[in-house]
Design a protein around this ligand. Structure first.
Ligand SMILES: CC(C)(COP(=O)([O-])OP(=O)([O-])OC[C@H]1O[C@@H](n2cnc3c(N)ncnc32)[C@H](O)[C@@H]1OP(=O)([O-])[O-])[C@@H](O)C(=O)NCCC(=O)NCCSC(=O)C[C@@](C)(O)CC(=O)[O-]
Length: 304
């Protein structure tokens, strides 16, 4: 089995994890979450979204979050920016990396960002140019790269086509997202192999939701295809407001437990993340979705 010696984890809890919460979460809690995560050693924390507050009200305080955090040298702070307005707000707030987010499915593109795939790519062009001009890292995300909640299975060629176009726009990294978490390992491997025929595997990431409990297997399959960047969310928080029924991202604690158990380095402190998962779940009034996080909390309680 091919295994990399090192993997980069992008912690998306503060953005993907919280964006779907119905009750507005205090800005102070969001700031503490970002600070605790960066202190745990993540090289990249997706901290905010600069999208329309009419579409995603929970993310309306991105500027305040970014202004309130203690920046840790070595952590890249990212945010979603669907258009120039979002880009300018993100730049003013001190974001290090902006994310343009499209889809490989027409129906999802319409529901999520109110335009077709082609229109979205035209809209992203000036954002990409502005990011390059400002020396900001640019990431491109492909939702529904495996399947869509409205259209069913996504043809692999659609994901590859969007990946190529994002690459041509200058994206430093491209996220292949299983938005609804229906993908299984063999298909993930095939999609990743196809995408990495047109994009350097070192620049491709896997973003897996865990709706059907397949995310860890999918990460393992993606590693077999040469992928070494993965997104995850502390305590498995999250879900997309435009993908009903989809649960959160794969829980960071579970990913770290698997990777560290296989001798793969991440630079992230699993015990610290388990504590953060316990804390944020308490703040949201629910149990953590992370199996490893719950097991570590139980072990800690038994030892106390
Ligand atoms: C793209 C738009 C803006 C188009 O939205 P629209 O309604 O087509 O465009 P608009 O230009 O008419 O804007 C509507 C209103 O929003 C305002 N507006 C416009 N832009 C901004 C902005 N940047 N910041 C603040 N406000 C903004 C704009 O000024 C206007 O306000 P009004 O004039 O009505 O008062 C909208 O559809 C949108 O914001 N969508 C975001 C949806 C979203 O955030 N979804 C979740 C993230 S994606 C995701 O979770 C998937 C991912 C990445 O995790 C990977 C995966 O798992 O698949």
């Amino acid at each position: 089995m091919y295994l990399p010696s090192k993997v980069k984890i992008v912690e998306v809890g503060p953005r993907d994890g919280l964006q779907n919460e119905k009750q507005f979460i205090d800005t102070a809690v969001k700031i503490e979450l970002v600070d605790r995560l960066s202190a745990a050693g993540f090289p990249n924390v997706e901290a905010a979204s600069f999208v329309s507050p009419k579409w995603v009200p929970q993310m309306a305080d991105g500027t305040e979050v970014m202004r309130g955090i203690r920046r840790r040298p070595g952590t890249v702070y990212s945010a979603l920016t669907p258009n120039l307005r979002g880009f300018e707000a993100a730049l003013a707030a001190g974001i290090d990396e902006v994310v343009i987010f499209g889809a490989a499915s027409e129906a999802f593109s319409q529901r999520n960002i109110n335009c077709s795939i082609d229109e979205s790519l035209v809209r992203f062009e000036p954002v990409a140019q502005a990011a390059k001009a400002a020396g900001i890292r640019l990431r491109g995300s492909i939702s529904c790269a495996l399947a869509c909640p409205y259209q069913g299975e996504t043809p692999i060629a659609s994901a590859v086509n969007v990946a190529q176009r994002l690459l041509a726009m200058g994206c430093d990294e491209i996220d292949v997202a299983d938005t609804i978490g229906t993908g299984t390992a063999r298909r993930v491997y095939d999609v990743m192999r196809a995408v990495t025929e047109v994009v350097d595997p070192a620049r491709v990431s896997g973003h897996f939701h865990d709706t059907y409990g397949q995310a860890l297997a999918n990460i393992l399959a993606a590693m077999q295809a040469g992928i070494t960047i993965f997104h995850s969310s502390v305590a498995g928080l999250g879900g997309c407001p435009y993908a009903k029924g989809a649960t959160g991202n794969v829980a960071t604690e579970d990913v770290l437990y698997m990777l560290h158990g296989m001798g793969i380095e991440t630079g992230v402190d699993l015990d610290a993340v388990a504590d953060i998962g316990h804390w944020i779940s308490g703040q949201l009034g629910r149990k953590s979705s992370s199996r490893a996080g719950s097991a570590l909390a139980a072990r800690k309680a038994a030892a106390a």
